[in-house]
Design a protein around this ligand. Structure first.
Ligand code: AMP
Length: 637
């Protein structure tokens, strides 16, 4: 099909029932993973042999005694093995001849660019690791990284892992309470942060947020600050300048010998309670999983430039900015700031300039690009793109078809690959590969190593085309090991639906094995691809003195997928008004951060509740969207 055909008609054709989009022939012919059916069969018939085979492509200080042991719901992969993920990310790449290969290209909204080779990166990471050691950070200590998307942010993660410290990155868009609760839960002693981050041309202060977040928290005794702004910020008693700390260190820092099951990081995500969920990933299995996906799903080659639009604050940034690309020896492009600033075609300008070939983006971004029209991307040479991958939320058929048609030249040079996963799974579980067709509206098929099913609430498998709960039957190496400090909460994930791990999502599978992941089944929202617990936003609202009760729901949003609507009951003496609505939004921004701010707040007289006092968000959602109310038999009179 020609790219010049009338767009309206073409979209209609492409969106028609049964439509399939195909990859350019060379892409599927040259794919490392050519025989999907065979690879999948091998991975589920003999998971231990399959993953051990992948693990052998990496370097271990000591090989495992057992590949897998399952003590439901906990499990271990590569038992007895010794390794360090950073050794495989850096030292191994130098031995493989990549010392002078560019590891990262980092850019900013004002056009600053920095490139760093694998050799330079190893030196930088080693110095930073020695710097952390000089502060007394030891193996197993938790270190908070509250940094903007910078090279120093990535280096801080790798430096922690090199000495066996456990990093916990907190997205720099989160604010005081979100940061404080994560520091307290992790019991961290050291924080790495920056004075400011830059977004949409504005400077956003991080230091004041850190100061407020740690006030009264006794565990923190050192704050390392990356000073970026001029004139340089004056440092306080417990603050240390990032470069002053790092520059004076030696580049000699052998990687700590870690047990394969030793924790690598904690990444907090939102769950159904207001308490953040500290998802724990480990050195060994996680390394094997992200390496597998980087080389088979993203199919990274030495001449690729991998452009990842995520942030180190999310799991995508952990797996596919920090660790995965380095494990695969890739050159990765990443950028601080908004993807449509200073102009809406900046992403395409970068693709053209750096000949970016594999892209990781999000449906929200694609919908935003669509809104600006197809003339903008058409002004740039996008023929370097061979794979445009999307994750984080449902990729609606219109967005997938648009991306295929406009960004991938209608399949002449590129292919769109949706992929489903979550913080807990470390890497994709369902996805579309160039060796089979993409179906708009469907995330794809089960990826090798994944045994997922659609079941009812009792765990019974449902037939094709029947919607139900998406569960995983068996853990793969890169699956999370526990919830930090809360093994009961971890065990709950493996017991809500009998004998399975419940993902929290609702999905449907067609007769050919393609899954559509519809959305969350629990009280978790997905705003612009970011997981936000209703309980978090409600807790933030209730912490305002004017608020007595709050309930929040997600409403469909053309760009963000979902936006937040809040219903607030005020304390006596307060009346709802646009001014109060603005004040409450500011309050949520201050407590949680901009991503959690409700789009709208209304002030009803009461909230619908069950007889046991639980707020019926389902009913609020149905009333808001004018849809079927469903069963309300438990509603309070
Ligand atoms: P997070 O843990 O923040 O990465 O969020 C994971 C959640 O995002 C999943 O449980 C899904 O609800 C949603 N999600 C991620 N990827 C996709 C996708 N490709 N299609 C539909 N939903 C997705």
């Amino acid at each position: 099909m020609s790219t010049r055909a009338a767009p309206g008609k073409e979209i209609e054709q492409l969106l028609g029932a049964g439509t399939e989009l195909h990859a350019p022939v060379p892409l599927s012919e040259q794919a490392r993973l050519k025989n999907y059916a065979e690879e999948y069969r091998r991975s589920v018939e003999d998971p231990e042999g399959f993953w051990a085979g992948v693990a052998q492509e990496l370097e271990w200080f000591q090989v495992w005694k057992e590949v897998f042991e399952w003590r439901y719901p906990t499990f271990e992969w590569f038992q007895g093995a010794k390794c360090n993920i950073v050794h495989n990310c850096l030292d191994r790449q130098l031995t493989a001849g990549r010392k002078n290969k560019v590891a990262y290209i980092w850019t900013t909204e004002d056009g600053t660019e920095r490139q760093i080779t694998y050799g330079q990166l190893l030196d930088f990471v080693s110095r930073t690791a020695n710097g952390l050691r000089s502060l007394g950070v030891k193996q197993g200590d938790r270190v908070i990284i509250y940094m903007p998307l910078t090279l120093e942010g990535v280096v801080s993660m790798l430096a922690c892992a090199r000495i066996g410290a456990i990093h916990s990155v907190v997205y720099a868009g989160f604010s005081v309470q979100a940061l404080r609760s994560r520091i307290a839960d992790a019991q961290a002693r050291v924080i790495l942060t920056a004075d400011v981050c830059y977004r949409r041309g504005a400077r956003v202060g991080l230091r004041s947020i850190v100061q407020e977040a740690i006030s009264g928290l006794e565990t923190i005794d050192k704050v390392v600050v990356l000073r970026r702004a001029q004139p340089p910020l004056e440092l306080g008693l417990h603050e240390i300048d990032f470069y002053e700390l790092v520059r004076k260190q030696s580049t000699d820092c052998p990687p700590a010998v870690m047990d394969a099951e030793d924790p690598l990081y904690i990444l907090y995500t939102s769950g159904t309670t207001g308490k953040p969920k500290g998802v724990v990933h480990v050195h060994g299995g996680y390394m094997v999983g992200v390496y597998y996906h980087m080389t088979r799903f993203w199919d990274i080659r030495d001449d690729d430039v991998f452009f990842c639009m995520s942030d180190i604050g999310w799991v995508v940034g952990h797996s596919y900015i920090a660790y995965g690309p380095l494990l695969a020896g890739a050159t990765t492009l990443f950028r601080e700031g908004a993807i449509d600033f200073p102009h809406p075609a900046i992403a395409w300008e970068l693709v053209e300039r750096y000949r970016a070939s594999v892209i990781f983006t999000a449906p929200t971004a694609v919908r935003m690009f669509m809104r600006h029209g197809e003339d903008l991307p058409r002004r740039y040479d996008l023929r370097s793109i061979r794979l445009l991958t999307c994750a984080g939320e449902p990729l609606n058929p219109e967005a997938m078809v648009w991306a295929y048609r406009v960004l991938c030249g209608n399949g002449q040079w590129g292919f769109v690959a949706d992929n489903w996963w979550q913080t807990e799974t470390g890497g994709p579980c369902i996805g579309t590969l160039p060796v089979f067709a993409a179906r708009p509206g469907k995330a794809g098929k089960l990826l090798p190593g994944v045994s997922a099913e659609i079941v009812d609430a009792q765990g019974n498998k449902l037939p094709p085309n029947k919607g139900g709960l998406l569960v995983l039957r068996r853990p793969f190496p890169h699956m999370f090991r526990t919830v930090y400090g809360d093994p009961e909460r971890y065990a709950e994930d493996w017991s809500k639906v009998p004998n399975t791990y419940f993902t929290g999502d609702v999905a449907i599978r067609d007769e050919d094995g393609y899954f559509t992941v519809v959305g969350r089944a629990d009280d978790v929202l997905n705003v612009a691809g970011h997981r936000i617990g209703t309980a978090d936003v409600e807790g933030a609202l209730i912490s305002h003195p004017a608020v007595s009760e709050a309930a929040v729901i997600g409403r469909p949003d053309a760009i963000k997928g979902e936006n937040i609507k809040a219903f607030v009951i005020l304390r006596v003496g307060h009346t709802g008004s646009p001014e109060l609505e603005a004040r409450l939004k500011d309050h949520v921004r201050h407590v949680l951060g901009p991503i959690a701010v409700p789009a709208e707040i209304s002030f009803p007289d009461k909230l619908p509740k069950t007889r046991s006092g639980k707020i019926m968000r389902r009913l609020l959602r149905a009333l808001e969207m004018d849809t079927e109310i469903g069963d309300v038999s438990t509603l309070e009179e």
